[in-house]
Design a protein around this ligand. Structure first.
Ligand code: PLP
Length: 451
């Protein structure tokens, strides 16, 4: 989408990404955050906003958790080796040991990355190296990152457009369709099948209950590695440490990132079986055949260890399971009467509210007009209203604009959950009862969004 030019107001606009600042201005979301603590964000004009996005599942432990901040400060104060590149970083060993113990299922080695995309890239390389095959299968609608290899595992044309050609040998299958997967796997061309266990950006899509057991078996039979991208779902977001644990499956590799280091230091981890490690790092000469400058850096490792301490000490996994289920129950009740709410679904503290076209003529005309302007227009106006009128930060899913994310930090209190439910109800009621919601969006268009 192209927007009218808003004069640059900051160095950010002048030197980084003015389009982003323009978009936030149009949506009324360009506020300055002074302090972020737990679930609460405080702006310099005195507003308090509840975070129901968590930076897309980065802030499982809440913003600036004091114990994680303290651990990072201590790491800096000890003036230890950071990015020396020629030592054995003990903290990386300790973090890897704990991640493997929590993951279980034969995952016994870790490659540390600096992002989720890098984890996906690494999974592609390692599965090729250990199977000798070039093909990589992935599930339609998923999100795996925006570097070339990771992007090649995504179908959405919005992300791909203009960046082709994609990595050769990558092919998609419908998410949740075991027969389609088995058909592709029977060609024995594929090194790996890479998918999220629950497709977050695709609209909180949860597969049929026995899907992943079938996937694991089909992958084993065809010599294809089964790789789960748990960048959003891992780190206790859905209750257990990994969403894989809901399904009782043993993936060959698991990609973690986002919440791994308390939302403070970029970090990711690719957990893998011993056999995969051995195939890649097969001799001393190949000891650094895949590595990166920032991998295993002391601050990220220390932040990761402190994050695990907090997640375990505060029992945030069980809390996510319990409080997430209660939040969905309350939301379902509060939104039941509204015709545009199709479903509230999710697992643990990863939920979505799915909206649908209204049946009644009056609302339907406005809804369709919105859709013609831009498929994301309805959802974005909902996000804007929640932010401005209710002090709630959230977003629509990146690959499904009719699903509103509900993914707060796992430290959410019952009172904050109740506040969200009331705010969502009021906003959805406004959508259904007033022309104001719809006319405001049309004003936005007049103000210059030329989509
Ligand atoms: C499931 C999933 N995988 C991978 C990524 C890419 O992670 P990053 O943005 O850290 O590169 C994301 C990012 O949102 C994601 O949601």
């Amino acid at each position: 989408m192209s927007t009218v030019s808003v004069p640059a107001t900051s160095s950010y606009s002048e030197y980084v990404n003015p389009r982003w600042e323009e978009l936030l201005n149009l949506l009324g979301m360009n506020v300055r955050y002074e302090r972020c603590l737990g679930v609460e964000l405080f702006t310099d004009d005195g507003r308090r906003i509840l975070d129901f996005l968590s930076g897309f599942c980065v802030h499982n432990t809440g913003h600036n958790h004091p114990a994680i901040v303290r651990a990072i400060k201590e790491e800096l104060d000890r003036s230890g080796p950071a990015m020396l590149q020629t030592d054995v970083p003990e903290l990386a060993g300790e973090l890897a040991r704990r991640l493997c113990a929590l993951a279980g299922g034969g995952l016994s080695k870790v490659y540390f990355s600096s992002s989720g995309s890098e984890g996906a890239e690494t999974a592609i390389k390692f599965s090729r190296a250990s199977t000798g095959r070039a093909g990589v299968l992935y599930a339609e609608g998923g999100f795996h990152g925006l570097t070339c290899g990771a992007l090649s595992l995504m179908t959405d044309p919005f992300w791909r457009g203009g960046f082709g050609p994609m990595l050769p040998g990558t092919e998609a299958v419908p998410f949740g369709d075991l027969a389609a997967l088995e058909e592709k796997l029977s060609t024995r061309r594929f090194a790996a099948f890479i998918t999220e266990p629950i497709q977050a950006e695709a609209g909180m899509r949860i597969p049929p209950p026995d899907y992943f057991a079938g996937v694991e078996l089909a992958c084993k039979r065809s010599g294809t590695l089964f790789v789960l991208d748990e960048v959003q779902t891992g780190m206790f977001r859905t209750g257990p440490f990994l969403a894989a644990h809901h399904y009782g499956v043993r993936p060959d590799m698991v990609i973690l990132a986002k919440a791994l280091s308390g939302g403070l230091i970029p970090s990711g981890a690719l957990l893998m079986s011993e056999a995969i490690y051995d195939a890649v790092y097969s001799s001393v000469q190949r000891a650094i055949v895949h590595t990166s400058t920032f991998s295993e850096n002391g601050l990220a490792m220390r932040a990761g260890l402190a994050t695990l301490d907090v997640l375990e000490a505060e029992a945030l996994g069980p809390r996510a399971a319990r409080a997430g289920a209660e939040l969905r129950r309350q939301l379902s009740d509060a939104l039941a009467e509204f015709e545009m709410v199709r479903e509230v679904r999710g697992i643990g503290m990863l939920s979505g509210i799915e909206f649908a076209a209204p049946r009644g003529l009056a609302l339907r005309v406005s809804f369709e007009a919105f859709r013609k302007i831009h498929p994301a227009m309805f959802g974005q106006c909902l996000v804007m209203r929640l932010f401005r009128d209710q002090g709630i930060l959230t977003q629509i899913c990146g690959n499904n604009f009719l699903v509103l994310k509900v993914a707060p930090p796992l430290v959410l209190s019952d009172e904050q959950a109740a506040e969200f439910v009331a705010a969502a109800r009021e906003t959805v009621a406004f959508v259904h009862s007033s022309g104001g919601f719809w006319s405001e969006a049309l004003q936005l268009v007049r103000r210059g969004i030329n989509i």
